[in-house]
Each structure stands twice: as structure tokens, then as C-alpha cells.
Ligand binder design. Structure first.
Ligand code: GAP
Length: 508
């Protein structure tokens, strides 16, 4: 897979392919869609499950120091009070009173426009890859319309959160282009509220969880008391999370319902945090590479100390080169003993553990690697998306779209084709092999159309291997043709060689 340069057309191509081939649909599409929600179709759900299974296998089943958990989505509201979410989980938002559109203040940028040092107005732009260019064009247009002579000063974009109260009235709304309709930034609560039980008053208020992590902290005591865990150890969970994002966008990158794969890794307060944090950053990077992301597309964003929450000792985000630019994929945070101490205080239950090695009793500190399933899926799709040119059945070179998924996570692992569908001898052997492979892997059988077209259909959905049963198979030596999706190379193999090859490639 490749790291692509940011591009709007790549995102459009991916969204188009996902809909066309049944990976991802806009939720409630028949009613015009529902912003911030997505449905995964037959291929999308396979890809998603494969990503989750690979993560679970590598971080839970293959490690002796991490246990799994599946906690409920709706938990006691006191959990969210203790964690700080009830009072603090919000984003600053800005409304356009005229268009009724709502923006996140940290994703809205503005700049004064000056000609030879004289201010002639303001421009605004919503965060995008080419926001500087968009703002400069708008400034040039303003100068032209106002018939101003002279040189435009450099446009220096700032977040709307940095605007001064006297500037709110002067900054134009990105929706209307006119000043005077943007409000000052106001805190907007991100948790979805619901009611639990027969009463509809405030005492019944509950929340859909905005992260899976608190379910881990809330069960930490259960796992310590019932398991055989000893420091350092982790608890891992995969599950849905919900956030009423003000501006869900960039396809599944930021949605209102998404899934997280989170680990809380509990360590001694006197552990070498720097080394352990580094180990986690490297482990997480290697895992992304193991599912096929290009190492050169991954970078590290180390949060500066003055931007960290008061309880946090360090945070590094693994960034990925998404089609809409370099963005956070995986956050790896050192959260001290903050969460457990908060729950200890609010619940009155002790969160201490006895450390067998040092013979000390303490509330452990935690390192939290937190990854989004949907964001990983978008990263995988964008790195896998490839266009190249290959000869068709008649030898004419044609454009081809393919998804270069790693065999480990590809939705369909192998496609089985009888060369001709009207030759029962070929169909019989192909069906038998298909049924045999199907017991172990997700396999697809396709007998219709020219063989080149059948290959192309599988290339577009990322099936790494194609197997053709032809006349040599039934008349000569029983060997079959094995085709590689990326190189289009074909070679003849026996059935035993095929199975061994697939085991190596898919199961690793
Ligand atoms: N427990 C820590 C936590 O939730 P976060 O940075 O808010 O931290 C962790 O979220 C990860 O969850 C992100 O790195 C991202 O992969 C994913 N994520 C967060 N908000 C998301 C959203 N609205 N849509 C899709 N994925 C999201």
C-alpha cells in the first residue's frame, strides 16, 4: 500500500467506490441521509471485522499481560461525572445566525485583509487542505471589488477561538460571505443524552458513552479481584462510542457514531514512563504496518507540555496521511492515576493494587493507546486505493482500479473461477475447491463473464488472489492457475501448494 498526497479527488474516488461496491453507505439514505452516521455493507463489515479481529488477536490473545472486556454502552451517569465528561466534554462552536450553519471554532479560520497596511475587511475559511490559498483568493477578490490600489499584505490565518469580541461582528460567515452573522464561540456538549427507566425527569438522564475507556476504569476493580493480573497489565475493549460532533466530516473520519479499540495499560507510579510510552508508540506503529499501512505515511505528533491536560504526563498521536491531509489516527496518552483516583473518590471504592514485585500498595498509573476502528478503515482504504493500467482480454491496455489490501484484512481472500460456466467438468472441480476453501476463509465464487472482467471485479474490491480452473486442471495434471492481484502474474500450483501459500499469506 502507498502513502498518497492529500487530494479531494482521492476522497471522492474512495467514497464512490465504497458505495458502488457495497463497503459503506450513508445512513438512512432512502430518507435523504443522516449526517455523521454510516452503515457498513457486505464488504465493509468484513473489512471492519478483520481489522478488529487482527487488533484483538495481536493485543489481547497473543499477549499474556492484556485482558479483554466488553462493558455496556450506557453506564451509571456518575461515571461521566467522575471522569470529567459531564462538566468538560465539549467543543467551542460558532453559529451563523443567517444560514443556521454551525462550525467548530477551532476549525474556522479568519484573517484581516490589508492593502498597503490599511485594513479593508476580513476573510474566513473552514479548515481544508488548501485553506491558505482559499483565503488569499477571497482577499484578492475583496480588493478587486472595493477597487483598492496597492499591495495586499500577507494573509495570516488564525483560529476563530483567537478572535477578539470586537472582531466577531466584522468576520464574514463562510456560508454567506457577509459579516455580522457569526456568534461568539460557545461550549457545545458532545455527549448524547438519553433517559433510562419509566421517569422522564432529570433523575433519569443518562449518556451514550463518548469513549470505551471509562468502561475499563469502571471494571478495573472487577478484573483485579477476579483475574490473576499483576502489574504491569492492560485491559482492552472494542466497542461503539457516540459524540454529537458539531461538524462531522471527511466521510468516516469524524462521525457521530463510531467504534474504538482502546487499552488501559496499568503501570507502577515509579515505572520508567518515558521508556514504556516509547515502547507503546513503537508497538502501535508496527501494528499499523502489519495490517498494511505504509510506514512512510505514519508520523508522530508529540503534544507540547503546555497543551497537555493537568493530569497528563505525555501524549503522542500517531498521524496518518489521509486524503484530506495528515490527521490523528491513534492517540497514545499517559494519563497518570487521574481516572482511577477520580472513580475512587466518587465511588468510595479503593482502586489500589498490591504490587507483588515491590511489595507496595498503590493506585496504578496508566498508558492509554486509543484507536478508532472507522479511522483505521479509512486509512486502510486510502492507502490501498490504486489506479494502474493493465492489458485486457484482447491485449488492449486499460485503466484499472484496485484496492491493495493486505491478505490479512482483505474482505474476500480468494476468488474461484471456472474458466467457462457451461462446461460441467470445470464447474464441478471449481465448486468443490470453493466449498473446501470456504470452510477456512471468506471465498467468492464467480462463473459469469469473461475471465478478465471477473479478475477486474475482484481487483476493485481488493481480493488478493484469484484461482482459475481450466482444461489443464481437469485433463492434465490437476494444477490450477493462481493469479496475484497486484502484479497480475499467474502461475500454476497444485492444490496442496495453494493451501500452504494461502495459509502463509492470510494467517501469517
Ligand atoms: N479515551 C481517549 C479518547 O477517546 P480521543 O482522542 O478522543 O481519545 C481516540 O479518541 C480515537 O478515537 C481517535 O484517535 C480516533 O481514532 C477515534 N475517534 C475519536 N473521535 C472520533 C469520531 N468522531 N469519529 C471517528 N473516530 C473518532
Amino acid at each position: 500500500m502507498t502513502a498518497h498526497a492529500p487530494s479531494d479527488t482521492l476522497m471522492e474516488d474512495i467514497v464512490g467506490l465504497c458505495k458502488r461496491r457495497g463497503f459503506i453507505f450513508q445512513s438512512s439514505e432512502i430518507y435523504g441521509g443522516y449526517n455523521g452516521f454510516y452503515d457498513y455493507g457486505p464488504l465493509g463489515v468484513e473489512l471492519r471485522n478483520n481489522i478488529k479481529q487482527a487488533w484483538w488477536r495481536d493485543f489481547v490473545q497473543c499477549r499474556d499481560d492484556i485482558e479483554g472486556l466488553d462493558s455496556s454502552i450506557i453506564m451509571h451517569p456518575k461515571i461521566w461525572k467522575a471522569s470529567g465528561h459531564v462538566d468538560g466534554f465539549s467543543d467551542p462552536m460558532v453559529d451563523c445566525k443567517e444560514s443556521k450553519l454551525r462550525y467548530r471554532a477551532d476549525q474556522l479560520f479568519f484573517a484581516p485583509v490589508s492593502v498597503d497596511g490599511e485594513n479593508i475587511g476580513y476573510v474566513s475559511v473552514v479548515e481544508c487542505i488548501d485553506q491558505q490559498e482559499v483565503a488569499e483568493k477571497a482577499a484578492a477578490e475583496m480588493k478587486r471589488k472595493m477597487a483598492k490600489q496597492g499591495e495586499l499584505d500577507i494573509i495570516e490565518l488564525k483560529e476563530y477561538t483567537e478572535a477578539k469580541p470586537e472582531q466577531y461582528e466584522l468576520i464574514p460567515s463562510p456560508a454567506t460571505g457577509k459579516p455580522g452573522s457569526l456568534t461568539e464561540p460557545r461550549e457545545f456538549k458532545l455527549m448524547f443524552e438519553t433517559k433510562v427507566g419509566p421517569l422522564a425527569d432529570d433523575s433519569a438522564a443518562a449518556y451514550l458513552r463518548p469513549e470505551t475507556a471509562q468502561g475499563i476504569f469502571a471494571n478495573y476493580k472487577n478484573i483485579v479481584d477476579t483475574g490473576r493480573v499483576k502489574i504491569p497489565f492492560g485491559i482492552a475493549q472494542i466497542g461503539k462510542a457516540f459524540r454529537n460532533e458539531i461538524t462531522p466530516r471527511n466521510f468516516i473520519f469524524r462521525s457521530r457514531e463510531f467504534e474504538q479499540m482502546e487499552i488501559e495499560y496499568f503501570i507502577s507510579p515509579s515505572a520508567d514512563l518515558k521508556t514504556l510510552h516509547r515502547e507503546w508508540i513503537d508497538t502501535c506503529t508496527d501494528w499499523l504496518v502489519s495490517i498494511g499501512l505504509p510506514r512512510e505515511g505514519i508520523s508522530e505528533d508529540i503534544h507540547p507540555e503546555d497543551k497537555l491536560a493537568f493530569y497528563s504526563q505525555a501524549t503522542t498521536d500517531l498521524m496518518f496521511q489521509f486524503p484530506h491531509g495528515e490527521q490523528e489516527l491513534w492517540g497514545i496518552a499517559c494519563r497518570s492515576d487521574y481516572d482511577l483516583k477520580q472513580h475512587q473518590e466518587h465511588s468510595g471504592k479503593s482502586m489500589t493494587i498490591f504490587d507483588e514485585t515491590t511489595k507496595e500498595k498503590y493506585v496504578p498509573h496508566v498508558i492509554e493507546p486509543s484507536l478508532g476502528v472507522d479511522r483505521t478503515l479509512l486509512a486502510v482504504l486510502s492507502a490501498a486505493y490504486t489506479e494502474d493500467e493493465v492489458p485486457n482480454d484482447k491485449g488492449r491496455v486499460e485503466k484499472r482500479i484496485l484496492l491493495k489490501f493486505s491478505p490479512k484484512i482483505a474482505p474476500i481472500k480468494v476468488a474461484v473461477f471456472p474458466l467457462l460456466k457451461n462446461k460441467p467438468e470445470l464447474v464441478e472441480v471449481a465448486t468443490k475447491l470453493y466449498k473446501k476453501l470456504q470452510r477456512r476463509w471468506n471465498v467468492f465464487y464467480d462463473a459469469s463473464g469473461a475471465i478478465g472482467r471477473r479478475y477486474r471485479r475482484q481487483d476493485e474490491i481488493g481480493t488478493p488472489f484469484g484461482i482459475t480452473i481450466d482444461f489443464d486442471t481437469i485433463e492434465k495434471d490437476g494444477t490450477i492457475t493462481l493469479r496475484d492481484r497486484d502484479t497480475c502474474e499467474q502461475r500454476r500450483v497444485t492444490e496442496d501448494e495453494l493451501i500452504k501459500f494461502l495459509e502463509e499469506q492470510i494467517d501469517g
